[in-house]
Design a binder for this molecule. Structure first.
Ligand SMILES: [Zn+2]
Ligand SMILES: [Zn+2]
Length: 272
């Protein structure tokens, strides 16, 4: 079936661009759902992860370009090569041993839930609606599982690894014990699309943006823009451990786990 045939048969005018784009992607994967799920998701998440981390790695190690390096939050801390090698090794272990089997499992769960990756692409409005719920699920899922890892039962054996970095860099986003990577990373990220029965197009938009966002949150750079607050928020968590567990700060505000962060930002504003 050609892209034009598909477009003429099913497209509503406003969604023509999305349908055309998706049709060419889907046909590249031979219109095979499992191949689209598995290889497509690997490509989307790897492009986001290695693209963003490659950029930050150059910035961290070469400290260039200067006009971007000046946004480093804890600029007095240097990246230790021994720690960096260990983080890269753990990232590869998690991606190969956890992500790959999880993507296959996701395919079967998503199919059971009725998630499509065919020509029935969602409208722009449906994508936005799904993303709002996905972000809410991320905040709730990440906040409570992250607090759980800080409980003494789990902290030493599981979450302490992630906190070896008090001044994190991008790669630390996946420098996690495999169990934590699976629960707080993979499961929480995929829960939203499964709950919403999202089309694969929506899931990929979320995963691409989500991987970039979590890398920026750990990057240690507070660039002006929409991720500034959430980056400073998570950097503060690595600095002080028992504050700022969530992504957006909404549940930290409700539970009062952001008090020290709010005090420090207020003090910083006063001293300017
Ligand atoms: Zn972290
Ligand atoms: Zn933590």
């Amino acid at each position: 079936m050609s892209v034009m045939d598909v477009t003429n048969e099913t497209a509503a005018e406003p969604d023509r661009f999305l349908l055309n784009t998706w049709a060419s992607i889907y046909q590249t994967f031979g219109e095979d759902d499992l191949i689209t799920f598995f290889f497509g998701t690997i490509i989307v998440t790897s492009a986001a992860f290695y693209g963003t981390n490659g950029f930050f790695m150059i910035l961290d190690l070469a400290k260039m370009p200067k006009f971007l390096y000046k946004y480093k939050i804890q600029s007095d801390k240097q990246v230790e090569m021994r720690k960096l090698r260990k983080a890269l090794r753990q990232a590869a272990i998690n991606q190969i041993l956890v992500s790959l089997p999880a993507f296959v499992a996701w395919y079967y769960i998503a199919k059971w839930r009725g998630c499509s990756c065919g020509y029935d692409v969602p409208s722009g409005w449906e994508i936005v609606r799904d993303l709002v719920v996905i972000l809410a699920v991320e905040e709730i899922g990440f906040y409570y599982t992250h607090r759980m890892w800080h409980h003494p039962i789990f902290y030493q054996k599981i979450h302490k690894l992630h906190h070896e970095w008090t001044a994190p860099i991008g790669i630390v986003a996946v420098y996690l014990h495999p169990l934590e990577y699976f629960v707080s990373g993979v499961m929480v990220a995929l829960a939203g699309p499964i709950i919403m029965g999202s089309h694969m197009l929506t899931s990929w938009i979320w995963l691409f943006a989500g991987v970039i966002a979590t890398t920026v949150h750990h990057s240690g750079y507070s660039f002006p823009g929409p991720l500034r607050h959430t980056t400073e928020f998570h950097d503060f968590h690595h600095l002080k451990y028992n504050y700022c567990y969530g992504v957006f700060g909404i549940l930290d505000y409700i539970h009062g786990t952001d008090t020290l962060y709010r005090k420090s930002t207020k003090d910083k504003r006063k001293s300017l």
